[in-house]
Design a protein around this ligand. Structure first.
Ligand SMILES: Nc1ncnc2c1ncn2[C@@H]1O[C@H](COP(=O)(O)OP(=O)(O)O)[C@@H](O)[C@H]1O
Ligand SMILES: [Mg+2]
Length: 237
């Protein structure tokens, strides 16, 4: 691949304050146009890893986004480039109305209110939620909340979307809507997921985390076949 990587991670290690070694030397690249699925058991370090990609956590090793090293001085630029969608939409939505929630990021970037609102409306249209602009986020379904939290990220015009287990709380129609939405968004993506069908539909590559390390990576189908018994829900094992 000739284009420079959008994200470069070298030998990233992270230990929580209580001594838990969550990442034990991660090397990872993300290139334009890719959608990478991150698989791995609970506790294997996936969330810890993605929290490093926009500087919410800072470990030992190198993380570079669009050529910028993740340092305090670069955080505002990096947070605009990397849109991180949390696993639980309730951690992301906190304003009284959907529109205010989605406009919050652009306002924080320093855009004038009218422009922030326009961006927010455009982002809500992209996720088919413009009709709910005046609603309170807590009245929405899980699928709608997920789409609104994605709109809040899109309003920042990021180059990279990172989604942590986006299908967890969704019913089958919500999951289908989300798959279609992500498939039509042009940004490079990293998607943490246990949902094999979802990953096979979207991913161009897959990575398998094990105990804070990348145990394998390759084509999504190859990785799924290799780790099938570990990817199945516990009750099906
Ligand atoms: N805030 C925290 N404090 C201490 N340990 C944590 C914290 N968050 C996660 N961990 C631990 O770090 C490891 C990796 O967790 P996590 O990144 O959440 O994994 P995953 O997202 O793959 O389930 C696990 O052992 C987990 O218990
Ligand atoms: Mg997690």
């Amino acid at each position: 691949m000739n284009a420079p990587p959008l994200i470069e991670v070298r030998n990233l290690a992270y230990r929580y304050e209580d001594g838990t070694e969550a990442l034990a030397g991660i090397d990872f690249d993300l290139y334009p146009g890719e959608t990478v699925a991150l698989f791995g058991a609970n506790g294997s370090g996936k969330t810890t890893f993605v929290l490093h990609l926009n500087g919410l956590l800072r470990g030992a090793g190198l993380v570079r986004v669009a050529g910028l090293e993740v340092t305090k001085a670069n955080l505002p630029a990096i947070r605009q480039k990397v849109g991180l969608v949390f696993q639980d939409a309730d951690d992301q939505l906190f304003m009284p109305s959907v529109l205010e929630d989605v406009a919050f990021g652009p306002l924080n970037l320093g855009l004038p209110p009218a422009e922030a609102e326009q961006r927010a409306l455009r982002a809500l249209e992209e996720v088919s939620m413009a009709h709910a602009a005046g609603k309170a986020p807590y009245h929405l379904s899980a699928g709608e909340k997920k789409r609104v939290s994605i709109a809040g990220i899109l309003a920042m015009r990021p180059e990279i979307l990172v989604l942590d287990e986006p299908t967890t709380y969704l019913d089958p129609p919500g999951r289908r809507d989300l798959t279609a939405l992500l498939a039509r968004l042009p940004q490079a993506k990293i998607v943490v997921t246990h949902d094999v069908g979802f990953a096979l539909e979207l991913a161009t590559r897959a990575v398998f985390f094990d105990k804070g390390r990348i145990a394998a990576q390759g084509g999504p189908l190859e990785i799924v076949e290799r780790f099938q018994w570990r990817l199945r829900a516990p009750q099906q094992r």
